[in-house]
Design a protein around this ligand. Structure first.
Ligand code: BG6
Length: 464
């Protein structure tokens, strides 16, 4: 018996945009995985404009699941297909929502997943509200949550006009990743970290999300988004918040949200001179990309969290497409010892001590230290104490987040105050920014990105 009404599981999942890209790539494969684990009993209703029959949607779902990883459990697939229904409709037409209400057939707590462009959110949310489909319901939305601070606030106003904050689930799939959840755990389940986890011992922090591939045919999306909005404002800032936050005061996800929001609120608004933008040679020849596009495919940013713990510590964030390798990594660089007792320890060029979080493609936490080599001389070498972690069989982030949203558990989602504070921190560089520097595909981006961090020892190469 669940006593908190907010934790009663959803008895239906409505997928707006059921025939679209996100539903095909992420949502249906995740629902199939949930069926395999016996974790999906709710009915699933797809809604879209396409004049498809339910059979056509079923075929599409089977194809999507095959493409995503294959079908190895026919019974689970059949279960999903049996639970599936389809409502064809125009979101502008109130009749769509009335037909949806009939198909929900008495479901008391539907979860509505908006797998549609943000420009349609307002219309769909109004349609749900007018048909009474927001009552006891949940709303699941995808990043980007707005395009800047003003649009994020407007989006929030629209969502809150029909759903209460605790019923809104904003998906940032990075928060569903094992290695990223482990940052929170590692920080607060161990005691040895706390004494060094501050401005006294930490010299700088850098976070890299590098991708070897390009924009994968998403020219239209990328032209209106760019790297800063696509991954830095959300994925990388969420990682930063988990690294920078104070310990939550009590064991409740609300407390984590409060602490994360405080990090963004303490963030010094970014300045154009703290940002470098790059564009890979050839980007302008991608389909749907403007010939004179100034959109960045690499972005490097220096930020500061003006809080007691982090005063003066620079946080370097960088991400990019068509880089040397695909990897996501955090490097917390510790300050050198106060005295240089051994000739070979070079606190300027050597990194000596750091803590490294490998977040993808595998997961690891490493602590770097210098140890003496065998011999009578005091000559050392750099070593890492490595905690390597593989997660065979772990849920994919989407599978996990869908399950959590339908169970009403908001721990792995972002809250509006944090979203807005994160936008506020980068809002100045959304309107005033340096021009893009062209870089060669397969490189680490433009020279300017290296210059940005040169004083703090340069970027760590996550492919090594
Ligand atoms: C998405 C971005 O949110 O995250 C993509 O839109 C990016 O551009 C992707 O490639 C990275 O996610 P992951 O899980 O592959 O690291």
């Amino acid at each position: 018996m669940v006593s908190d009404p907010h934790r009663i599981p959803s008895d239906a999942l409505v997928v707006f945009g059921a025939t679209g890209d996100l539903a095909g790539k992420m949502i249906f494969p995740s629902l199939y995985a949930m069926c395999k684990r016996g974790a999906l009993s709710a009915k699933v209703i797809g809604v879209a404009l396409d004049d498809w029959s339910i059979e056509q949607l079923r075929e599409h779902v089977v194809e999507s699941i095959s493409r995503a990883g294959g079908i190895d459990d026919r019974a689970a697939l059949d279960k999903l297909l049996t639970q599936l229904d389809y409502v064809r409709g125009d979101y502008q037409d109130s009749d769509t929502f009335h037909r949806l209400a009939r198909r929900l057939d008495g479901a008391q707590r539907p979860a509505h997943y908006l797998a549609i462009p943000p420009s349609l959110f307002e219309r769909v949310i109004a349609g749900l509200r007018d048909a009474g489909l927001n009552r006891q319901a949940r709303l699941i939305v995808e990043k980007p949550f707005g395009h800047d601070l003003a649009s994020a606030q407007e989006l929030s106003r629209v969502a809150l006009s029909a759903f209460e904050e605790r019923s809104i689930f904003r998906i940032d799939h990075y928060l569903g990743k094992e290695a990223i959840m482990n940052i929170l755990y590692f920080r607060f389940a161990n005691s040895f970290l706390e004494p060094i986890w501050n401005r006294n011992c930490v010299a700088s922090v850098q976070i890299t999300l590098a991708e070897q591939f390009g924009i994968k045919g998403r020219g239209a999306f990328y032209e209106s988004t760019g790297c800063l909005r696509d991954v830095i404002q959300n994925h990388l800032l969420q990682i930063l918040a988990l690294l920078a936050m104070e310990p939550p005061a009590y064991q409740n996800y609300g407390a984590v949200h409060v602490e994360k929001a405080k990090v963004f609120q303490a963030m010094r608004p970014a300045r154009p001179e703290d940002m470098v933008r790059g564009q890979y040679a050839g980007y302008r020849s991608e389909p749907v990309v403007a010939q004179d596009s100034d959109v960045e495919t690499v972005c490097a940013l220096r930020l500061y969290v003006d809080a007691w713990r982090w005063e003066g510590v620079p946080w370097y964030l960088r991400s990019g497409k068509r880089m040397t390798s695909t990897a996501t990594e955090v490097l917390v660089q510790l300050k050198p010892p106060p005295q240089r007792l051994f000739d070979d320890s070079d606190p300027v060029n050597g990194r000596a001590n750091y803590i490294r979080f490998r977040l993808s493609d595998n997961s690891a936490v490493a602590l770097a230290a210098r140890v003496k080599q065998t011999g009578k001389e005091f000559i050392g070498e750099q070593r890492e104490l490595l905690l390597l972690d593989a997660h065979p069989g772990a849920e994919t982030p989407y599978e996990r987040l869908l399950g959590e949203a339908m169970a009403g558990n908001g721990a792995l989602f972002t809250r509006q105050d944090a979203v807005e504070a994160a936008w506020a921190a980068i809002d100045p560089v959304l309107s005033t920014y340096p021009p893009v520097e062209i870089y060669q595909p397969g490189s680490w981006g433009p020279a300017g990105a290296d210059a940005l961090i040169a004083a703090d020892g340069g970027w760590h190469d996550p492919s090594t």
